[in-house]
Write a protein that binds this ligand. Structure first.
Ligand SMILES: Nc1ncnc2c1ncn2[C@@H]1O[C@H](COP(=O)(O)OP(=O)(O)OP(=O)(O)O)[C@@H](O)[C@H]1O
Ligand SMILES: [Mg+2]
Length: 248
């Protein structure tokens, strides 16, 4: 199977079970959201998939291959990426200068055979593509420090895309973004490459219901239920437990 295939995944910290027997698939083109209360185990699940944490039991396959022995950097090179934290942006560099860095890093591993001049041309073409894709043209030559918070998160997303991932995990892309700037994040997610497999972990339900085609509800480390946005919005257990009885 193409994409991620997680079976029976569990994680215990001492006596505390934070992931319990999770089955999860993420295929090219998917737009899934993982929601649930604080402490439900959403970030832990992302960390198990990206290799930050080792599972207590269960399997993780990518394109049919067991990837449990790969560390985080090796999984990134296979194409499994999680958004950079904003702290990894170089605040005194421009947007364009920041975008160059992950591209050069990736090329160090991939295009060693290229002559330097060819590499430069290729790098600048990729930077320009990313700037266009994320509609960052007007901001490209401004320092990251001078951008609005939502715009910084957009740059962070563009940086992750520079790694050319096939699986993208967004852990709270809208966290801390003022409501007036959430549309920047929604637009960026909607413009991601069609064949990318995307998992969005998010508390902002407006964003979740705008971009997800499938929603998984995690409670105390277990999948409570999963389904289409309509089915989840109508689910009595979800309304009671998580959405506070109303969502429209
Ligand atoms: N390294 C760790 N050692 C011990 N317990 C941990 C560790 N990391 C997370 N936990 C616990 O695991 C549980 C799940 O945490 P996790 O961060 O995955 O939740 P979350 O769903 O992402 O929450 P939030 O919505 O607040 O981000 C919490 O009870 C947390 O305290
Ligand atoms: Mg979290």
């Amino acid at each position: 199977m193409q994409g991620l295939e997680v079976r029976g995944l569990s994680k215990r910290f001492g006596g505390l079970t934070v992931s319990e027997n999770i089955d999860f698939d993420l295929r090219p083109g998917d737009r899934k959201a993982l929601i649930g209360p604080n402490g439900a185990g959403k970030s832990t699940f992302a960390n198990l998939v990206t290799g930050v944490l080792a599972p207590s039991s269960g399997t993780i396959r990518f394109d049919g291959q067991d990837i449990r022995q790969l560390n985080e950097a090796q999984r990134v090179r296979r194409g499994i990426a999680k958004t950079f934290q904003i702290t990894t942006l170089f605040r005194d560099l421009t947007v364009r200068e920041n975008l160059r860095l992950p591209i050069l890093e990736r090329q160090r591993h991939g295009y060693r055979f290229l002559r330097r001049a060819d590499g430069d041309v290729r790098t600048e073409a990729e930077v320009t593509d990313l700037i266009d894709q994320f509609a960052l043209g007007a901001l490209a030559d401004r320092k990251v420090a001078d951008l609005a918070y939502g715009q910084q998160r957009l740059v962070e997303l563009a940086l992750t895309l520079a790694l050319k991932p096939r699986v993208l995990i967004l852990d709270e892309p809208a966290a801390g973004v003022p409501s007036s700037e959430i549309h920047l994040i929604v637009d960026a997610i909607e413009r991601l490459p069609d064949d990318l497999a995307v998992l969005i972990i998010e508390h902002d339900m407006e964003l979740v219901f705008r971009v997800a085609r499938q929603i998984i509800v995690l409670v105390q480390g277990r999948i409570l239920t999963e389904g289409t946005p309509d089915a989840i919005a109508a689910d009595a257990k979800v309304r009671e437990l998580y959405l506070g009885g109303s969502h429209d």
